[in-house]
Design a binder for this molecule. Sequence first.
Ligand SMILES: [Cu+2]
Length: 267
Amino acid sequence: MYVLAVAAALSLAACGVSEDDLLKASSLDSVYSGGSGGSGGYGSTSSDPSTYGVIRGTVKFKGKHWKAGPLDRAGSAECIDRRPEPIMSEEFLIGPGDTLGGVLVYIRKGVSSWPSSPSGPAVIDQINCQYVPHHLVMRAGQELVVKSSDPFLHNVKAMAGPNKPFNQAMSTVGQFSVTFSKPEIGKHFSCSVHGWMEAFVTVLPHPLYAITATDGTFEIKGVPPGKYQLTFWHQPIANQKKIDDITVDVKVGKGATVVQDATMERN
Ligand SMILES: [Cu+2]
């Protein structure tokens, strides 16, 4: 128990990040166009878990739909052999009534540190030539285990950002580990062998985030009372215009549930 506590404290010290870092991470032109900003006074007013509240809502999409068809795996017999049925693209998940799935909803400002660390590593796997999950959210300083469950060559290529890029071939079933110490929104992972394989990895200094389901709904539990910037971010869509992100102010009262819906537009 004592060892665990020391490990947690060390981990927190090692991944100490400021809100400035998070804003800097979020201003990457390629993945994030910046938010509307706030009027100041952000932060929590109580660290007592019994006062924590909830932010939930529904995200909708406005604009012309993208075609979300099956991935083009032509020429990759090893992938088709392992999974003959079509694999649907996860880059634009639209539901009945134009609800939007796959949206990262996270507290961007108001929480710069968190008193506990995750107990284990985050894991992203390559299964039948697909990254699982498509968008992984993890904590700054947490170990990321990158696995392959496929007995043939993949190449894990992580784009440059606040955290270092890497390019790692995996010739068969196996795994390796990396650690991202800085916050980063939507670090792009691809595979040089299979052009359709992609994933996004987001690194946050706190656990206050959610990814919307295809019905557009999300829920962030355990939010200390306070005033925050909440950002809605959708991954870039390959070779297409992007969906504008949205940043709003939210105020969470003691033990309160705040409903914050959003409509995201194609620009
Ligand atoms: Cu691959």
